[in-house]
Design a protein around this ligand. Sequence first.
Ligand code: ADP
Length: 169
Amino acid sequence: ALQDGRRVTGHRSASSSPDIRERTLIAVKPDGVQRRLVGKVIQRFEQRGFKLVGLKMLQVSEDILAQHYSHLRAKPFYPDLVDYMTSGPVVIMVWEGYNVVQSTRSMVGHTNPVEAPPGTVRGDFGLHVSRNVVHASDSVEGAKGEIQLWFQRQEILNWESCDQAISCE
Ligand code: ADP
């Protein structure tokens, strides 16, 4: 049956449906691009079952970085962070799915790779806290702001996966 525009499965009512449209911003930072890790990073999130709804490569401006990292502007490492993040292109993505923010944070691992367990992106590929390969939003609210900062509305695509259509028909 369809209720409120959503298909209801046996054990769930529409009102308690999980938010499968949660979104997060993930970036492969310049070191990740330079080390040819873009594909590996994307593969992990695809394999987990999340949906890629936005993707672009760009050279970051200091202005956008100042907004993105406004919480770190007073830190002593901030100038080095700017140098690092502007040292080459980044790949910026929007991923969608149930609990995507929390799940991708745990898949990315601790900010400092030395504390990130093997199996996480930073635990497997990170060299140093100042070269930690990826960014992932740390809250649903934060993700909303970051997605607005980095993406235009029309750059995010709402595609439906064909496997869902098959199983639901
Ligand atoms: P996260 O990226 O895990 O959300 P933060 O928001 O605290 O972590 O920091 C943003 C980025 O700033 C980190 O991913 C890292 O690249 C850099 N950074 C954080 N702490 C340090 C540090 N002590 N020295 C150098 N760079 C740092």
